[in-house]
Design a binder for this molecule. Structure first.
Ligand code: ADP
Ligand code: MG
Length: 274
């Protein structure tokens, strides 16, 4: 085929524009249960932001609000703003599919389409977002995304085999490649390594660090060593005694670990609770 679809050309040729994400006064409810209270956080372009804190303090809820997945829960509601650069992703003029294409998500448990081939898993996102691509373009995109996800050399000779046949760590990198295929500007990751062995975990951490030059990363992690290794800044969430989750403290990762301002942050990063 000689013609190239213009939307595809745009996806491949445009240098990814780095974006910052900013939450302003985000509160969230499930029914009348308030789970987040006025959370504000700037997630700078091209940096890795780690969200830390004990379970139940609203980290996953906050992450889902950042790409409009929270509203998929029937009882869920929210207040506040989420700005990508200066545009509110909840603005009625921004289509939900555009918001989600710009803000990708990788989940705790790797969720490739198990019976689908490795290559089709990667390009699946193109179909879902309505981008048409010819074969050569798809092949180029496939290699590019698998390379960025740190998986290319391991799978290049078995691209037609099912995604479900890969190891857990490889499946998670496949999911990262799938997210990258639609050129997101932000990549959200909710405890992406918590189901993986230490070797796979380190491999994914390396991938995250490499990705940060072209996509803004926000990662939830329970693993303090991981937060220290991969992130540029951390935000510490806490929901104290039945109150909704809030950010207690945030700042550059080294300061959060070495000289936190709040005693609760100190106790948490030093493993005294949570
Ligand atoms: P974390 O990721 O920090 O562990 P979550 O965001 O998952 O915290 O949960 C925050 C609070 O919201 C918890 O009290 C949890 O029980 C509640 N919650 C999470 N998801 C739902 C849901 N789908 N329906 C009702 N309550 C929920
Ligand atoms: Mg969670």
């Amino acid at each position: 085929m000689t013609t190239t679809d213009s939307a595809t050309t745009a996806i491949l040729d445009q240098p990814t524009r780095l974006a910052q994400l900013e939450a302003r006064n985000v509160s969230a409810w499930f029914g009348d249960h308030k789970v987040l209270d006025r959370v504000s956080l700037l997630m700078p372009a091209g940096k890795v932001t780690a969200l830390i804190g004990p379970s139940g303090c609203g980290k996953s809820t906050f992450l889902r609000i950042l790409n409009r997945m929270h509203e998929l829960v029937p009882t869920a509601s929210l207040a506040g703003e989420v700005l990508i650069d200066d545009r509110d992703i909840y603005d009625a003029s921004l289509r939900i599919t555009d918001a989600r294409r710009q803000i990708g998500m990788v989940f705790q448990k790797p969720n490739p389409f198990p019976a689908m081939s490795i290559q089709d898993n990667v390009t699946a996102g193109l179909l879902l977002t309505g981008v048409k691509a010819d074969r050569a373009t798809k092949e180029q995109l496939l290699e590019e995304c698998l390379t960025k996800a740190g998986l290319w050399t391991e799978v290049k000779d078995r691209l037609r085999q099912p995604g479900g046949g890969l190891s857990g760590g490889q499946q998670q990198r496949l999911c990262i490649a799938r997210s990258l295929a639609v050129s997101p500007r932000i990549l959200l990751m909710d405890e992406p390594c918590s189901a993986l062995d230490p070797t796979s975990t380190r491999r994914i951490e390396q991938t995250i660090k490499e990705l940060a030059s072209e996509v803004t990363v926000v990662i939830v992690t329970h693993n303090m060593q991981q937060a220290a290794r991969v992130s540029d800044q951390c935000a510490f969430f806490l929901a104290e005694a039945g109150t909704p989750g809030a950010i207690i403290e945030h700042g550059p990762t080294n300061l959060m670990f070495d000289s936190p301002q709040d005693q609760r942050t100190f106790d948490y990063v030093n493993g005294r609770f949570g």
